[in-house]
Design a protein around this ligand. Sequence first.
Ligand SMILES: [Cu+2]
Length: 67
Amino acid sequence: MSEQMECDVENVKCGGCASAIQEGLKPLQGVDEVEVNIENGHVSIRGAALPEEAILDKLAALGFPAK
Ligand SMILES: [Cu+2]
């Protein structure tokens, strides 16, 4: 079963930020696809049994904490 997680994060300013988020989240178990909107910092994650806590922890560690 595929599922989707949406969150809004701080500090997204450019494509480099989006890449950092994508590269940081994709290795997490269950994460298949990560989309980042650099206009508004919205992050959409698709996968199966998404590890929501680990995703939020990783975003914060990368410097993009959830709003
Ligand atoms: Cu950037």
